[in-house]
Design a protein around this ligand. Sequence first.
Ligand code: FES
Length: 107
Amino acid sequence: MPKIIFISANGTERTVEAAEGTTVMDAATQNLVPGIDADCGGSAACGTCHVYVDPAWTGKTGPATPGIEQDMLALTDNAEPSSRLACQIRMTPALDGLVLRIPANQH
Ligand code: FES
């Protein structure tokens, strides 16, 4: 299964497996990754699954989707160009090894 590496604001790394076709948020919540609360359950309505995509991976994840994802990220006070909602990134084999940072206000 593809793997995802989550890096918390304090530098702690956690590697989890993610089944193809599921979302990054699914993998985070199933593995109790700190900082990914996913309060809305994946409907891009809460922003509690906000992550920063490592620069080496932005080309593969792509940018935030115009509309609901970009609108939700705009409501956070710490969005960056690499920001995504984990619930809007669907796992594919091409994302094996994906590196994501968790914002400092999420822990
Ligand atoms: S889980 Fe709520 S925005 Fe992603």
